[in-house]
Design a protein around this ligand. Structure first.
Ligand SMILES: Cc1ncc(COP(=O)(O)O)c(C=O)c1O
Length: 363
C-alpha cells in the first residue's frame, strides 16, 4: 500500500485478485469448442438455455420462470419500464441503491423512501405510506443492503409479504449479496415468502465476476411472459458468449467453492473494518452487517457531513456522495464503507484517516 495514495471508499467492487480468470480461460475454451456455433449465433431472447436450466434447478423453479439478462441492473430498467407509468408510486428503502432510484425516476415514478432501521424498514412508516398511495413496485435489497449493510429481519419480511398480498404491489427483491453471508443464517427470501408477488433479481457479479455481465430474474409464471417479451424487444437476446462461459463454470461445480473462498477472503475484511471502527470511531452509529460488501455510518448532527464528503481527499480518502442513496436529498451525514475490495492494511489505514477527517468536521 502506498501511503501517499488515497483510499477509495467508493465503489463496491469485488477483490480483483479473486477473479477466477484461469478457470474462465479453460471454461471458455471448452464451451466454445462444444457450443461455439450456438453461442456466437443469434439465440433465444431469454438467454442461453443450459444456463437457464441450471439456475432453475439451483433455485427449484420452472424453466420459464428464469430470465437471463446482461446482469441485474438491466432488470431494474425492465421492471421500471414494464410496471411503472409516469406518476405511479414506487417505494424504496431510504437509503437505497442509487442506480435503482435513478431507474425509477427516469420513467417518471414518484419515488417514496421508507426509512431504514438497523433491522429493515420502519414498518409504521411503511404502513402509513401505504394509506396514502399503493405503489406499483416496492424495490428492496433485503440482504446486506447496498448501501447500508442492513438485513431485514424475518418478522419484517413476513409483514411486508402480507402487505404485498393485501395491497397487490410487486416486490422487486434485488439480492446479489445473499450468497455472501459470513455469519449466521439467511432469513427466507421474499421469493420464498410471497412468490406470486416477487421478482427476484440476482447476478454472478459478486460471486464470480461483474465483467461477465450475467444476471438472472426469477418471477411468477403469470408475469414472466411480459418480461421475456420485453427482453426480445429490447435487445433480441442478452449476450450468449459470457453466459456460455458462466454455464461451463457452474457445470464444472466451480461456483460453490468460489463462493466459499470469497467468504473466506471477505469475512476477515469485514471483521477488520468493524474492529477498526470500534477502536477509532467509538460512539458513532454504524451498521454491523453479517455479510455482503458494505457497512454504513450515520453521523450525528454534530458533524458537518457535507463538508466531510467534499474535503475527504485532503485526508487521503475518497467517499461516495451520501445523498445519492436517498430519495429525498437527505444523506449528507450518511457514509457508505465498502470493505471487500480493500486489503486489511488499506482498511486499517482508511479508518484511521476517516476518523481524523470526522474529527476535523465536528461542529
Ligand atoms: C443492490 C444492487 N443491485 C444491482 C447491482 C448491479 O449489479 P450487476 O452487476 O448485477 O448489474 C448492484 C451493484 O453493485 C447492487 O449493489
Amino acid at each position: 500500500m502506498d501511503k501517499n495514495e488515497p483510499i477509495y471508499f467508493t465503489r463496491g467492487n469485488p477483490a480483483t485478485d479473486a477473479l477466477p480468470i484461469d478457470d474462465f480461460r479453460e471454461c471458455a475454451d471448452a464451451i466454445f469448442k462444444e457450443e461455439g456455433r450456438v453461442l456466437f449465433q443469434y439465440g433465444h431472447y431469454s438467454g442461453y438455455g443450459p444456463l437457464r436450466q441450471w439456475i432453475a434447478d439451483w433455485f427449484g423453479v420452472a424453466y420459464e420462470q428464469v430470465l437471463l439478462g446482461n446482469s441485474s441492473m438491466e432488470f431494474l430498467t425492465f421492471a421500471a419500464a414494464l410496471f411503472v407509468e409516469k406518476g405511479d408510486t414506487v417505494f424504496l428503502e431510504n437509503p437505497s441503491y442509487d442506480r435503482a432510484i435513478t431507474a425509477m425516476k427516469r420513467v417518471g415514478a414518484t419515488v417514496v423512501g421508507i426509512p431504514l432501521e438497523h433491522d429493515g424498514i420502519d414498518l409504521q412508516a411503511f404502513e402509513a405510506a401505504l394509506q396514502k398511495s399503493v405503489p406499483k413496485l416496492f424495490y428492496i435489497v433485503p440482504d446486506f443492503q447496498n448501501p447500508a449493510g442492513v438485513t431485514i429481519s424475518i418478522e419484517k419480511r413476513q409483514r411486508i409479504a402480507e402487505l404485498a398480498r393485501e395491497y397487490g404491489f410487486l416486490i422487486v427483491e434485488d439480492a446479489p449479496y445473499r450468497f455472501l453471508r459470513y455469519q449466521g443464517e439467511n432469513p427466507p427470501a421474499f421469493r420464498e415468502l410471497v412468490p406470486e408477488k416477487t421478482l427476484h433479481i440476482s447476478s454472478f457479479s459478486k460471486i464470480m465476476s461483474p465483467g461477465v455481465r450475467v444476471g438472472f430474474l426469477i418471477g411468477p409464471k403469470d408475469i414472466m411472459p411480459k418480461l421475456h417479451k420485453w427482453s426480445e424487444d429490447t435487445y433480441i437476446h442478452p449476450a450468449l458468449v459470457t453466459e456460455g462461459i458462466v454455464y461451463e463454470y457452474c457445470r464444472r461445480g466451480l461456483l460453490e467453492p468460489n463462493i466459499e473462498s470469497l467468504k473466506a477472503l471477505y469475512a476477515p475484511r469485514m471483521a477488520c473494518m468493524l474492529q477498526m471502527l470500534d477502536k477509532h470511531l467509538p460512539g458513532i452509529d454504524f451498521i454491523r452487517p453479517e455479510g455482503g460488501f458494505f457497512l454504513s455510518l450515520n453521523l450525528s448532527d454534530e458533524i458537518n457531513g457535507r463538508a466531510l464528503q467534499e474535503n475527504a481527499e485532503k485526508f487521503g480518502i475518497v467517499l461516495s456522495n451520501g445523498s445519492g442513496f436517498f430519495t429525498d436529498g437527505q444523506g449528507d451525514n450518511f457514509v457508505r464503507l465498502p470493505f471487500c475490495g480493500l486489503s486489511p492494511e488499506e482498511i486499517e489505514e482508511g479508518v484511521i484517516r476517516l476518523a481524523k477527517a470526522i474529527d476535523h468536521h465536528r461542529i
